[in-house]
Ligand binder design. Structure first.
Ligand code: FES
Ligand code: FES
Length: 159
């Protein structure tokens, strides 16, 4: 066991865990942030995607030690009232079906939009290629990413 310090959704936190523990379990079990989902556990589905210092990472295969002294953002950290541009676009386009993959899709989109302000269809497909949706919402996700890019430009950028 070891003390690991990290910043999660803007708050400094310390957890006493085996440093090899996947970040996903620290988020869900130690911190109660269950918006980040467990799908495959082997970096194949993207359900557990979070932002780590602005990059999309698979929390299921990221040891918490890799997040030490770094900034993690989960879907809970986007806004307290669904006002983040990506959340607003998701609602406008009514993207989710079962919803299971969606926090990972949303976090991958947030990271994409901080790197590319107006992504093309190809850039969207490439950025989200590792995020699988069993319900097949890909068409609506793509529309929502374009809408989120518009809302971001109007509103000053995603966090
Ligand atoms: S649960 Fe992490 S990629 Fe599937
Ligand atoms: S909405 Fe059901 S898995 Fe994507």
């Amino acid at each position: 066991m070891a003390d690991v310090s990290l910043t999660v959704n803007g708050k400094a936190v310390r957890v006493d865990v085996d440093p090899r523990t996947p970040l996903l379990w620290v988020l869900r079990e130690q911190l109660g942030l269950t918006g980040t989902k467990y799908g495959c556990g082997i970096a194949q589905c993207g359900a557990c995607t979070v932002s780590l210092d602005g990059d999309a990472v698979r929390a299921c295969v990221t040891p918490v030690s890799r997040a030490a002294d770094r900034r993690v953002v989960t879907v809970e950290g986007l806004s307290s009232d669904r006002s983040h541009p990506v959340q607003r676009a998701w609602l406008e386009e009514q993207v989710p079906q079962c919803g299971y993959c969606q926090s990972g899709q949303i976090m991958a989109t947030c990271v994409l939009l901080t790197k590319v302000r107006r992504p093309t269809d190809e850039q969207i497909d490439q950025a989200l290629a590792g995020n699988l949706c069993r319900c097949g919402t890909y068409h609506r996700i793509r529309k929502a990413v374009h809408r989120a890019a518009e809302l971001t430009e109007e509103g000053g950028g995603p966090r």
